[in-house]
Write a new protein. Structure first.
Length: 475
C-alpha cells in the first residue's frame, strides 16, 4: 500500500522518526509471529511511546479508513498479528512504563509493552509476584497477554490473564481512549472480560491494572518419571481425583525430554517415556504430607521414580528446562509448529492416541508438551520447511488433532488464540448463532472493521464454512 506524503508527515510528527519503521528490510522483522507457517510483512509499522501518541496515530488512520493490526512482542503462535488486510501495524513495544505500584491494595498499573516477568521483578523484593506465567514470560508483554488471554504452567491453580486483570486502558479503533474497569465491584457488563482474548479485534490495549499475589510460605516441586505418556496422563487424573490441586502439573514426553536434557543438563532419565513436573505451594505445615500423597498417586499409575527438588537452584533449573523447552526443540528439527488444543483431563490418553496415529499416518514426528492439569495440550509437530509438501502435511495434521479435541469435548485453543491458524476451524467449534453474536460484539467496538480485520470471527472474506458443532463425547 502506498501512503500519501501528508499522512506520513503527520504520523512522523506524532511518533518521531524512531517510531516509524519503513523499508523492506526493516519491515521483514515484522512478517510473522511465532507461527512461522504464515508470513506477510506490513507496509508500515508505527511504535507509539505513550497512550496519547497511540490515540493520535489511530485517529489519523481512522480518518482515512486505513485498517491496522496491533502487535505486542510478536511471541504469539497463531498468526494473530499478521497484517492480512491491515497494511499498517501499531506496536506497543516502546510503551514500557510501570506507572504505579499499590502494594497495599496489591495492584500494579503497567503499560502494554512491559514484559510479563518484569512485573514480578518489580515487586518480588516486597514478597509479591504476578501469577500468569506463559513460557515466553521473559519476552512476552502485558498487552499481548491480554489480547491472547495467556496462561502458563500455573494456570491450573491461579487462572489465566483475565483472572488477574482489574482494569484496562484501551484505544478504540476511532482513536478514543477509554478505561474498562472492574475495580470496586463495578456494576454492569464485564467489558474487561470481553476485551481479554479478543486478539486485537476490538482495539489496542495501552495499559492494564493487574492483581498482584503474595508469595506462598513454602513451595515444593516434584519430578515423576513414567514409562510413557498414557501412564503419566492417568496420573494427572489420579492426583486431581485425590482432591489435590497443584500449583502446576506439566507433562513432557520422551522427545521433549531429549531436547531439554541436551540443552540444560538437568539430569532427566534417558529412558523416561514421559515426566510430570508437579509443583505444590501453600503453608509449610502439611506440604510434606501433600507431596507424599502426590507421589503415591503417581506410583499407583506406574511411575518408576519420584524426585523432589533439593533446593531453589534445582527447582529453578527444572523450571528452566520446562519453560525453555520450545527453544530447545531446535536441537531436533529445523522447524516445528506448536499446536494448542484442550480436552477434559480425563481424556488425555485418548487425545495422545490420536496424536500418535496422526504422527504415523503423516510421517511427522510429534513431541508432546502439556499443561496437563487443565487438559491443555501442546503437540509440537516437527518438520523441515525445505522439503516440498512437508509444511502442508503439518497444517493437515494439526487440523486433525484440533478436530479430535472437539470430538472429545474440548476446544481448539487453550491460550494461543485463533489468529489466522485456526480461523477455518471456528465453524466446527461454534454454531451460526454464536458466531453471529461474536460478530455483533466486535462491531460494537469496531464498527468499520479497521482494527485487525478478518481475524478470530469468520467473515465472507475468510471463506470459512460455518457448520454446527460436532456431537461431543462425555468428559
Amino acid at each position: 500500500m502506498t501512503f500519501d506524503s501528508k499522512l506520513l508527515s503527520e504520523l512522523r510528527a506524532v511518533v518521531g522518526a524512531e517510531g516509524m519503521v519503513e523499508g523492506r528490510a526493516s519491515l521483514k522483522v515484522y512478517e510473522c509471529d511465532g507461527y512461522t507457517l504464515a508470513k506477510a510483512a506490513p507496509d508500515l509499522v508505527l511504535l507509539p511511546q505513550t497512550t496519547a501518541q497511540a490515540s493520535e496515530v489511530i485517529k489519523l488512520l481512522a480518518a482515512r479508513r486505513i485498517p491496522f493490526v496491533p502487535r505486542g512482542a510478536g511471541t504469539g503462535v497463531s498468526g494473530g498479528c499478521l497484517p492480512g488486510d491491515a497494511h499498517v501495524m501499531v506496536g506497543t513495544s516502546r510503551m514500557r512504563a510501570i506507572r504505579n505500584l499499590d502494594l497495599a491494595n496489591r495492584i500494579a498499573e503497567v503499560e502494554a509493552g512491559v514484559v510479563n516477568l518484569e512485573v514480578t521483578r518489580a515487586v518480588e523484593g516486597r514478597g509479591f509476584y504476578y501469577a500468569p506465567d506463559p513460557s515466553s514470560q521473559s519476552a512476552c508483554t502485558i498487552g499481548g497477554n491480554v489480547a491472547e488471554n495467556s496462561g502458563g504452567p500455573h494456570t491450573l491453580k491461579y487462572g489465566v490473564t483475565v483472572n488477574h486483570l482489574l482494569a484496562l486502558e484501551v484505544v478504540l479503533p476511532s482513536g478514543e481512549v477509554v478505561w474498562l474497569d472492574r475495580c470496586g465491584e463495578a456494576p454492569g457488563f464485564d467489558l474487561v472480560g470481553v476485551f481479554t482474548g479478543s486478539e486485537g479485534t476490538l482495539g489496542l490495549v495501552t495499559a492494564a491494572k493487574v492483581r498482584l499475589m503474595k508469595k506462598c510460605e513454602a513451595v515444593t516441586t516434584l519430578l515423576a518419571v513414567f514409562p510413557g505418556v498414557p501412564e503419566a496422563s492417568r496420573a494427572v487424573s489420579a492426583i486431581i481425583a485425590a482432591g489435590i490441586v497443584p500449583a502446576a502439573l506439566e507433562m513432557m514426553d520422551a522427545l521433549v525430554i531429549s531436547a531439554v536434557e541436551a540443552a540444560y543438563r538437568f539430569g532427566f532419565p534417558s529412558d523416561a517415556g514421559a515426566v510430570l513436573i508437579i509443583e505444590l505451594d501453600g503453608l509449610a505445615a502439611g506440604l510434606d504430607a501433600l507431596a507424599e500423597r502426590v507421589g503415591q498417586a503417581c506410583i499407583g499409575e506406574g511411575a518408576s521414580e519420584i524426585r523432589r527438588a533439593a533446593d531453589e537452584a534445582e527447582r529453578a533449573l527444572l523450571w528452566k528446562s520446562r519453560k525453555r523447552a520450545f527453544g530447545a526443540m531446535g536441537r531436533l528439527t529445523p522447524n516445528y509448529c506448536t499446536q494448542d488444543g484442550v480436552v477434559p483431563r480425563s481424556r488425555l490418553p485418548e487425545i495422545v492416541a490420536v496424536i500418535t496415529e496422526v504422527s504415523a499416518r503423516y510421517g511427522l514426528r510429534i513431541a508432546n508438551l502439556m499443561h496437563a492439569g487443565d487438559g491443555n495440550i501442546h503437540p509440537l509437530i516437527l518438520y523441515d520447511e525445505s522439503k516440498p509438501g512437508e509444511a502442508e502435511r503439518v497444517v493437515a495434521a494439526g487440523d486433525e488433532i484440533l478436530r479430535a479435541c472437539l470430538d472429545l469435548g474440548g476446544s481448539i485453543t487453550g491460550e494461543h488464540g485463533i489468529g489466522v491458524e485456526k480461523l477455518g476451524l471456528m465453524g466446527a467449534a461454534f454454531g451460526t448463532e454464536t458466531l453471529a453474536a461474536m460478530a455483533d460484539l466486535r462491531a460494537a467496538f469496531n464498527p468499520l472493521g479497521l482494527c485487525n480485520p478478518n481475524k478470530v470471527v469468520p467473515t465472507d472474506r475468510s471463506c470459512v464454512e460455518v457448520v454446527r458443532p460436532r456431537p461431543r463425547g462425555g468428559g
